[in-house]
Write a protein that binds this ligand. Structure first.
Ligand code: GTQ
Length: 349
Protein backbone atom coordinates (compact mmCIF):
# COMPACT_ATOMS: atom_id res chain seq x y z
CA UNK A 1 0.00 0.00 0.00
CA UNK A 2 3.06 2.28 0.26
CA UNK A 3 2.88 3.40 -3.41
CA UNK A 4 -0.67 4.78 -3.03
CA UNK A 5 -1.32 8.50 -2.65
CA UNK A 6 -1.54 9.87 0.88
CA UNK A 7 -5.24 10.75 0.61
CA UNK A 8 -6.07 7.13 -0.19
CA UNK A 9 -3.98 6.03 2.78
CA UNK A 10 -5.66 8.42 5.17
CA UNK A 11 -9.15 7.48 3.89
CA UNK A 12 -8.34 3.80 4.30
CA UNK A 13 -7.04 4.41 7.83
CA UNK A 14 -10.30 6.23 8.62
CA UNK A 15 -12.27 3.29 7.23
CA UNK A 16 -10.27 0.80 9.35
CA UNK A 17 -10.82 2.90 12.47
CA UNK A 18 -14.58 3.00 11.85
CA UNK A 19 -14.84 -0.73 11.13
CA UNK A 20 -12.66 -1.83 14.00
CA UNK A 21 -15.37 -1.67 16.71
CA UNK A 22 -17.46 -3.95 14.47
CA UNK A 23 -14.67 -6.52 14.28
CA UNK A 24 -14.04 -6.01 10.58
CA UNK A 25 -10.48 -5.78 9.28
CA UNK A 26 -8.98 -5.49 5.77
CA UNK A 27 -7.42 -8.65 4.32
CA UNK A 28 -5.23 -6.72 1.89
CA UNK A 29 -3.10 -5.40 4.76
CA UNK A 30 -2.23 -8.90 5.96
CA UNK A 31 -2.72 -11.22 2.97
CA UNK A 32 0.92 -12.12 2.44
CA UNK A 33 1.47 -12.92 6.11
CA UNK A 34 -1.69 -15.06 6.18
CA UNK A 35 -0.85 -16.95 3.00
CA UNK A 36 2.96 -16.95 2.85
CA UNK A 37 4.84 -18.09 -0.25
CA UNK A 38 6.49 -20.73 1.92
CA UNK A 39 6.48 -21.63 5.63
CA UNK A 40 7.86 -18.82 7.76
CA UNK A 41 7.85 -20.26 11.27
CA UNK A 42 8.02 -18.02 14.30
CA UNK A 43 9.79 -20.92 16.03
CA UNK A 44 13.57 -20.62 16.05
CA UNK A 45 16.43 -23.07 16.19
CA UNK A 46 17.37 -23.66 19.80
CA UNK A 47 19.44 -26.06 21.88
CA UNK A 48 19.15 -26.84 25.59
CA UNK A 49 22.16 -28.35 27.34
CA UNK A 50 20.75 -31.14 29.48
CA UNK A 51 22.98 -30.51 32.47
CA UNK A 52 21.96 -26.83 32.74
CA UNK A 53 18.26 -27.66 32.61
CA UNK A 54 18.77 -30.57 35.01
CA UNK A 55 20.33 -28.27 37.64
CA UNK A 56 17.22 -26.03 37.59
CA UNK A 57 14.94 -29.06 37.73
CA UNK A 58 16.76 -30.36 40.83
CA UNK A 59 16.35 -26.92 42.44
CA UNK A 60 12.63 -27.05 41.67
CA UNK A 61 12.67 -30.50 43.29
CA UNK A 62 13.76 -28.91 46.56
CA UNK A 63 10.90 -26.41 46.40
CA UNK A 64 7.84 -28.30 45.16
CA UNK A 65 6.77 -31.96 45.30
CA UNK A 66 5.55 -33.89 42.26
CA UNK A 67 2.19 -34.34 43.97
CA UNK A 68 1.85 -30.63 44.76
CA UNK A 69 2.91 -29.62 41.23
CA UNK A 70 0.76 -32.44 39.77
CA UNK A 71 3.49 -32.61 37.11
CA UNK A 72 6.91 -31.21 38.05
CA UNK A 73 8.09 -30.13 34.65
CA UNK A 74 10.32 -27.43 33.20
CA UNK A 75 8.81 -26.43 29.87
CA UNK A 76 11.24 -26.19 26.96
CA UNK A 77 9.70 -23.08 25.47
CA UNK A 78 10.90 -22.03 22.06
CA UNK A 79 12.39 -18.49 22.35
CA UNK A 80 10.47 -17.55 19.19
CA UNK A 81 7.15 -18.66 20.70
CA UNK A 82 7.31 -16.95 24.11
CA UNK A 83 4.19 -17.25 26.23
CA UNK A 84 2.86 -20.20 24.24
CA UNK A 85 4.53 -23.05 26.19
CA UNK A 86 5.40 -24.52 22.79
CA UNK A 87 8.65 -26.05 21.52
CA UNK A 88 7.49 -25.98 17.91
CA UNK A 89 4.30 -24.40 16.57
CA UNK A 90 2.36 -27.64 17.11
CA UNK A 91 4.22 -29.49 19.88
CA UNK A 92 5.10 -29.03 23.51
CA UNK A 93 8.21 -30.36 25.24
CA UNK A 94 9.26 -30.39 28.88
CA UNK A 95 11.63 -32.11 31.28
CA UNK A 96 9.78 -33.96 34.02
CA UNK A 97 11.40 -35.19 37.24
CA UNK A 98 10.12 -37.67 39.79
CA UNK A 99 12.17 -37.96 42.97
CA UNK A 100 12.50 -41.19 44.96
CA UNK A 101 9.21 -42.12 46.61
CA UNK A 102 7.17 -39.58 44.67
CA UNK A 103 4.00 -40.05 42.66
CA UNK A 104 2.67 -37.84 39.86
CA UNK A 105 -1.09 -38.35 40.34
CA UNK A 106 -3.29 -40.15 37.86
CA UNK A 107 -5.15 -38.21 35.20
CA UNK A 108 -6.15 -38.44 31.56
CA UNK A 109 -6.60 -35.93 28.79
CA UNK A 110 -7.25 -35.60 25.07
CA UNK A 111 -3.64 -34.57 24.48
CA UNK A 112 -1.32 -37.43 23.68
CA UNK A 113 2.10 -37.66 25.26
CA UNK A 114 5.39 -39.39 24.73
CA UNK A 115 8.12 -39.80 27.34
CA UNK A 116 11.74 -40.21 26.33
CA UNK A 117 13.85 -41.21 29.31
CA UNK A 118 16.88 -38.99 29.93
CA UNK A 119 18.16 -40.41 33.22
CA UNK A 120 17.34 -42.96 35.92
CA UNK A 121 16.18 -46.52 35.85
CA UNK A 122 13.23 -48.22 37.49
CA UNK A 123 10.62 -45.49 37.80
CA UNK A 124 7.40 -46.14 35.94
CA UNK A 125 4.64 -44.66 33.88
CA UNK A 126 1.42 -46.60 34.42
CA UNK A 127 -0.99 -46.53 31.47
CA UNK A 128 -4.55 -47.65 32.26
CA UNK A 129 -3.11 -49.41 35.32
CA UNK A 130 -0.17 -51.21 33.67
CA UNK A 131 3.34 -50.05 34.55
CA UNK A 132 6.06 -49.52 31.99
CA UNK A 133 9.33 -49.72 33.93
CA UNK A 134 11.50 -47.01 32.40
CA UNK A 135 15.17 -47.21 31.48
CA UNK A 136 17.38 -44.58 29.81
CA UNK A 137 16.30 -43.75 26.25
CA UNK A 138 13.13 -45.86 26.42
CA UNK A 139 10.16 -44.38 24.59
CA UNK A 140 6.89 -44.61 26.54
CA UNK A 141 3.53 -43.35 25.25
CA UNK A 142 0.46 -42.13 27.05
CA UNK A 143 -2.00 -41.90 24.17
CA UNK A 144 -4.92 -39.46 24.36
CA UNK A 145 -7.69 -40.55 26.71
CA UNK A 146 -5.65 -43.18 28.56
CA UNK A 147 -5.24 -42.89 32.36
CA UNK A 148 -1.66 -42.33 33.46
CA UNK A 149 0.32 -41.84 36.61
CA UNK A 150 4.04 -41.83 37.24
CA UNK A 151 5.98 -43.10 40.26
CA UNK A 152 9.54 -43.59 41.36
CA UNK A 153 10.20 -46.43 43.83
CA UNK A 154 13.99 -46.20 43.22
CA UNK A 155 16.61 -44.26 45.20
CA UNK A 156 17.60 -41.84 42.38
CA UNK A 157 15.81 -39.02 40.56
CA UNK A 158 14.15 -40.05 37.32
CA UNK A 159 14.05 -37.49 34.49
CA UNK A 160 12.42 -37.77 31.12
CA UNK A 161 11.48 -35.57 28.20
CA UNK A 162 7.74 -35.09 27.79
CA UNK A 163 6.48 -34.48 24.27
CA UNK A 164 2.79 -33.59 23.90
CA UNK A 165 0.50 -32.28 21.17
CA UNK A 166 -0.78 -29.53 23.52
CA UNK A 167 -0.55 -26.69 20.92
CA UNK A 168 -2.30 -28.85 18.30
CA UNK A 169 -5.19 -29.70 20.60
CA UNK A 170 -5.36 -26.06 21.72
CA UNK A 171 -5.50 -25.01 18.06
CA UNK A 172 -8.63 -27.14 17.62
CA UNK A 173 -10.10 -26.15 21.04
CA UNK A 174 -10.72 -29.83 21.53
CA UNK A 175 -9.07 -30.68 24.84
CA UNK A 176 -10.69 -32.35 27.86
CA UNK A 177 -8.97 -33.48 31.05
CA UNK A 178 -10.00 -35.24 34.25
CA UNK A 179 -8.38 -36.52 37.41
CA UNK A 180 -8.67 -40.01 38.82
CA UNK A 181 -10.02 -40.11 42.38
CA UNK A 182 -6.85 -41.80 43.73
CA UNK A 183 -3.17 -40.91 43.16
CA UNK A 184 -2.61 -44.20 41.29
CA UNK A 185 -4.88 -46.15 38.95
CA UNK A 186 -5.56 -49.71 40.23
CA UNK A 187 -3.17 -52.27 38.75
CA UNK A 188 -4.81 -53.99 35.79
CA UNK A 189 -1.93 -56.11 34.47
CA UNK A 190 1.67 -56.98 35.39
CA UNK A 191 4.43 -54.69 34.00
CA UNK A 192 5.43 -55.65 30.47
CA UNK A 193 2.17 -57.46 29.65
CA UNK A 194 1.27 -55.25 26.69
CA UNK A 195 4.83 -55.18 25.32
CA UNK A 196 4.94 -58.98 25.45
CA UNK A 197 1.66 -59.26 23.52
CA UNK A 198 1.94 -56.40 21.03
CA UNK A 199 5.65 -55.56 20.86
CA UNK A 200 6.87 -58.27 18.50
CA UNK A 201 4.96 -57.86 15.26
CA UNK A 202 2.17 -59.99 16.68
CA UNK A 203 -1.08 -59.37 18.50
CA UNK A 204 -3.37 -61.47 20.64
CA UNK A 205 -5.71 -63.66 18.63
CA UNK A 206 -9.11 -63.60 20.18
CA UNK A 207 -12.42 -65.12 19.26
CA UNK A 208 -14.40 -61.91 19.28
CA UNK A 209 -13.45 -61.00 22.84
CA UNK A 210 -12.32 -57.40 23.22
CA UNK A 211 -8.81 -56.90 24.56
CA UNK A 212 -8.06 -54.87 27.68
CA UNK A 213 -5.99 -52.50 25.54
CA UNK A 214 -7.74 -50.13 23.06
CA UNK A 215 -7.64 -51.68 19.58
CA UNK A 216 -6.44 -48.49 17.87
CA UNK A 217 -3.59 -47.82 20.29
CA UNK A 218 -2.50 -50.88 22.26
CA UNK A 219 1.32 -50.58 22.58
CA UNK A 220 2.91 -47.95 24.82
CA UNK A 221 6.50 -49.03 25.50
CA UNK A 222 9.36 -49.07 22.98
CA UNK A 223 12.46 -50.04 25.02
CA UNK A 224 15.87 -48.59 24.17
CA UNK A 225 17.40 -52.08 24.14
CA UNK A 226 15.07 -53.05 21.27
CA UNK A 227 15.22 -49.92 19.12
CA UNK A 228 19.00 -49.51 19.54
CA UNK A 229 19.60 -53.11 18.47
CA UNK A 230 17.34 -52.66 15.43
CA UNK A 231 19.14 -49.46 14.46
CA UNK A 232 22.58 -51.04 14.93
CA UNK A 233 21.62 -54.06 12.83
CA UNK A 234 20.26 -51.81 10.11
CA UNK A 235 23.45 -49.72 10.08
CA UNK A 236 25.57 -52.86 9.78
CA UNK A 237 23.96 -53.97 6.52
CA UNK A 238 21.67 -51.37 4.93
CA UNK A 239 22.65 -48.79 2.38
CA UNK A 240 22.71 -45.43 4.13
CA UNK A 241 20.12 -42.78 3.23
CA UNK A 242 22.20 -39.77 2.15
CA UNK A 243 19.74 -37.26 3.67
CA UNK A 244 18.78 -39.03 6.90
CA UNK A 245 21.52 -41.47 7.79
CA UNK A 246 20.18 -44.82 9.02
CA UNK A 247 16.69 -43.98 10.24
CA UNK A 248 13.85 -46.04 11.70
CA UNK A 249 10.38 -44.78 12.55
CA UNK A 250 8.43 -46.07 15.52
CA UNK A 251 5.07 -47.47 14.48
CA UNK A 252 1.73 -48.26 16.02
CA UNK A 253 1.26 -52.03 15.57
CA UNK A 254 -2.49 -51.55 15.21
CA UNK A 255 -2.20 -49.92 11.81
CA UNK A 256 1.49 -49.58 10.88
CA UNK A 257 1.13 -45.81 11.11
CA UNK A 258 2.71 -43.26 13.41
CA UNK A 259 3.00 -43.84 17.18
CA UNK A 260 0.06 -41.53 17.88
CA UNK A 261 -2.42 -39.67 15.62
CA UNK A 262 -0.65 -36.31 15.88
CA UNK A 263 2.95 -37.33 16.61
CA UNK A 264 5.59 -39.19 14.61
CA UNK A 265 8.85 -40.35 16.16
CA UNK A 266 12.04 -41.86 14.82
CA UNK A 267 15.63 -42.70 15.69
CA UNK A 268 18.63 -42.40 13.45
CA UNK A 269 22.27 -43.30 13.42
CA UNK A 270 24.78 -41.22 11.51
CA UNK A 271 28.13 -43.01 11.30
CA UNK A 272 31.31 -41.29 12.43
CA UNK A 273 32.67 -39.04 9.68
CA UNK A 274 29.38 -39.10 7.72
CA UNK A 275 27.73 -35.86 6.64
CA UNK A 276 24.08 -35.96 5.62
CA UNK A 277 22.95 -34.05 2.57
CA UNK A 278 20.80 -30.99 3.13
CA UNK A 279 17.08 -31.58 3.62
CA UNK A 280 14.12 -29.54 4.75
CA UNK A 281 10.60 -30.51 5.67
CA UNK A 282 7.46 -28.80 6.93
CA UNK A 283 7.44 -30.65 10.24
CA UNK A 284 9.29 -28.66 12.89
CA UNK A 285 11.10 -31.24 14.98
CA UNK A 286 12.42 -31.82 18.48
CA UNK A 287 15.57 -33.93 18.82
CA UNK A 288 17.50 -35.58 21.64
CA UNK A 289 21.14 -36.54 21.23
CA UNK A 290 21.26 -40.10 22.56
CA UNK A 291 24.88 -40.92 21.77
CA UNK A 292 27.95 -39.37 20.22
CA UNK A 293 28.40 -35.87 18.95
CA UNK A 294 28.78 -33.67 15.94
CA UNK A 295 27.23 -30.66 14.30
CA UNK A 296 23.81 -29.77 12.99
CA UNK A 297 24.04 -27.17 10.25
CA UNK A 298 20.61 -25.47 10.39
CA UNK A 299 19.99 -22.82 7.72
CA UNK A 300 23.78 -22.55 7.39
CA UNK A 301 24.40 -21.98 11.12
CA UNK A 302 26.36 -24.65 12.98
CA UNK A 303 24.97 -26.04 16.22
CA UNK A 304 27.38 -28.16 18.22
CA UNK A 305 25.75 -31.35 19.54
CA UNK A 306 26.72 -33.26 22.68
CA UNK A 307 25.09 -36.16 24.49
CA UNK A 308 21.64 -35.46 25.97
CA UNK A 309 21.34 -32.08 24.26
CA UNK A 310 17.78 -31.31 23.18
CA UNK A 311 17.34 -29.12 20.10
CA UNK A 312 14.72 -27.76 17.73
CA UNK A 313 14.76 -27.66 13.95
CA UNK A 314 11.84 -25.39 12.92
CA UNK A 315 9.63 -26.06 9.91
CA UNK A 316 11.26 -25.61 6.51
CA UNK A 317 14.76 -24.85 7.87
CA UNK A 318 17.44 -26.70 5.96
CA UNK A 319 19.34 -29.19 8.10
CA UNK A 320 22.49 -31.20 7.64
CA UNK A 321 24.13 -33.39 10.27
CA UNK A 322 27.85 -34.15 10.54
CA UNK A 323 28.94 -36.84 13.00
CA UNK A 324 32.33 -36.42 14.67
CA UNK A 325 31.50 -39.60 16.62
CA UNK A 326 28.73 -42.08 15.76
CA UNK A 327 25.65 -39.91 16.30
CA UNK A 328 22.38 -41.40 17.51
CA UNK A 329 19.35 -39.11 17.57
CA UNK A 330 15.76 -39.46 18.72
CA UNK A 331 13.36 -37.07 17.01
CA UNK A 332 9.66 -36.36 17.03
CA UNK A 333 7.39 -34.07 15.05
CA UNK A 334 3.86 -33.51 13.74
CA UNK A 335 4.68 -35.18 10.40
CA UNK A 336 1.80 -37.69 10.64
CA UNK A 337 -0.69 -34.93 11.47
CA UNK A 338 0.45 -32.89 8.45
CA UNK A 339 0.25 -35.96 6.24
CA UNK A 340 -3.36 -36.56 7.29
CA UNK A 341 -4.10 -32.96 6.33
CA UNK A 342 -2.18 -33.35 3.03
CA UNK A 343 0.19 -30.60 4.12
CA UNK A 344 3.49 -32.40 4.61
CA UNK A 345 6.30 -31.50 2.20
CA UNK A 346 9.98 -32.28 2.16
CA UNK A 347 12.77 -31.13 -0.12
CA UNK A 348 15.93 -33.12 -0.64
CA UNK A 349 18.76 -30.81 -1.64
O1 GTQ B 1 2.57 -36.25 32.44
O2 GTQ B 1 0.49 -35.95 31.96
O3 GTQ B 1 4.83 -32.21 30.63
O4 GTQ B 1 -0.38 -33.62 31.38
C1 GTQ B 1 2.54 -31.66 30.53
C2 GTQ B 1 1.22 -32.01 30.70
C3 GTQ B 1 3.25 -33.80 31.31
C4 GTQ B 1 1.64 -35.54 32.00
C5 GTQ B 1 3.53 -32.55 30.82
C6 GTQ B 1 0.91 -33.26 31.19
C7 GTQ B 1 1.93 -34.17 31.49
Amino acid sequence: MTDRPNDQRSQLEALYAEMEPESLTPLWEVLHALVPREPDSSAVTHRWRYHNARAYLLRAGDLISAEQAERRVLILENPGLKGSSSATSSLYAGLQMILPGEVAPCHRHSQCALRFVMEGEGAFTAVDGEKAIMRPFDLVLTPGGQWHDHGNPTSSPMIWLDGLDIPTVRHFDAGFAEKWQEPAFPETAPPGDTLARYGHNMRPMRGGVADRRPAHQPLFHYPYAEWRAALGNMAATAEIDPHLGHALEFINPADGGSIMPTVSAHVRLIPQGFETRARRSTDGSIYVVVEGGGTALIDGKPLDLAERDIFIVPSWKTVQFAASRPLVLFGFSDKTCQQKLHLFKEELL
